[in-house]
Design a protein around this ligand. Structure first.
Ligand SMILES: Cc1ncc(COP(=O)(O)O)c(C=O)c1O
Length: 364
């Protein structure tokens, strides 16, 4: 599911001089935002919580959509946030009337809206909601390769996770609109852990993937892989919030390729979209390709399991949404759309290292 580094980029790792945080974030910044780097997006959310709580005597009330990975919220949870999972509809947009009713008794301090799979959320509506409730707005662009129309313009904070979209071992950047807050956020971010993740396991995995023949990788997908309904085992968030040195250098090299990666992802998305045309049960979730697609999202309204298994048998590393937070699972009626989407949506890779011939093999 992850893009592979080019040999050239790996060879250049030692030669590259890494720029400072703001300069490193240049492709993601739209204006004069401050940039605070982390190893993972989960640590950026934790830093926001710690920063907000500093000097206040109550937990930060962080609102996240209910269609959200449990693993991604653990950093915020462990740092004392009061998490509220607000309901999204089956279109993945916040259900604003329900949110407004919820906010009457306990409004958010920090409100996150997610640009799912690279598709812009309604940032304008989210901004209006934050103005009404007094919340600070986080645009969660973890799935977005690079700024696109309607993405990265509304939030007080914008979160990108280049480690998900580029061939780098770790790396997430929090853009801070009011840059006077950036230094305190950097301090808050350094608090809960020690240092950065080791990059060697990532390097070793990617080297093996680059060297193995495609047929072997396909066989691995066929034989291994999660069962459709299984949540992955609970994994503790490693206490390594900082960006690693290897990631800083790799990012310096590969961020120039961001525009090309985004174009390739769109082409791949559109190839899969065309391959679905007229095929029963293969309905694209989005009406048109997102500007900066993260995955190709199939909407299997009749239940995704058959499609998921068929794709994996053909060697496609199809995925499902990994898990949902326990608060959401405990109230399935209140979070009906999130629970339904967890079983309905199947994701196919469209990243820049997928060979176009594989795309058509998967959907023949
Ligand atoms: C919407 C969203 N936000 C944030 C994150 C956190 O990302 P990370 O894996 O970098 O901690 C994820 C992770 O998948 C996500 O899906």
């Amino acid at each position: 599911m992850a893009p592979l580094p080019a040999w050239r980029d790996l060879a250049d790792l030692l030669a590259v001089a890494a720029p400072d945080d703001d300069a490193l974030a240049a492709p993601w910044r739209r204006g004069n935002e401050g940039a605070v780097w982390f190893s993972r997006g989960a640590w950026a959310l934790a830093a926001l919580v710690r920063w907000w709580q500093d000097g206040r005597d109550r937990p930060a009330r962080l609102w996240l959509p209910d269609y959200f990975c449990d693993a991604s919220s653990t950093g915020a949870r462990d740092n004392g946030a009061e998490l509220v999972f607000y309901p999204v509809g089956e279109d993945l947009q916040p259900r604003w009337p329900v949110l407004r009713a919820l906010a009457r008794s306990a409004p958010p301090d920090l409100f996150a809206v997610v640009h799912y799979f690279g598709q812009a959320a309604d940032g304008h509506a989210a901004r209006a909601f934050c103005a009404e409730t007094g919340a600070l707005m986080i645009e969660d662009a973890a799935h977005v390769t690079a700024p696109a129309p309607g993405i990265g313009v509304y939030g007080d904070f914008v979160l990108y996770c280049p480690h998900k979209t580029l061939a780098v071992p770790d790396g997430a950047v929090l853009l801070v609109r009011d840059r006077s807050r950036a230094a305190a956020l950097t301090r808050a971010g350094a608090g809960p852990g020690h240092g950065a993740p080791a990059a060697a396991p990532w390097l070793a995995r990617r080297l093996v993937q680059k060297c193995l023949p495609a047929a072997l990788l396909k066989a691995r997908v066929r034989l291994t892989g999660p069962a459709f309904g299984d949540d992955p085992p609970v994994r503790v968030l490693a206490p390594t919030p900082a960006l690693s040195r290897v990631a800083r250098r790799t990012l310096t090299r590969v961020r120039d390729k961001l525009a090309a990666a985004r174009r390739q992802r769109r082409r791949n998305e559109e190839t899969l979209r065309r391959a679905c045309d007229g095929r029963a049960g293969y309905r694209p979730f989005f009406a048109s390709a997102p500007d900066a697609p993260y995955r190709f999202v199939l909407d299997c309204a009749d239940g995704g399991e058959d499609r998921f298994l068929a794709l994996r048998r053909r060697g496609c590393p199809a995925e499902t949404w990994p898990d949902l937070p326990p608060e959401v699972l405990a109230e399935p009626e209140r979070h009906a759309a999130a629970v339904a989407l967890r079983r309905r949506l199947v994701f196919l890779p469209v990243h820049q290292s997928v060979a176009p011939r594989h795309l058509s093999d998967w959907l023949i």
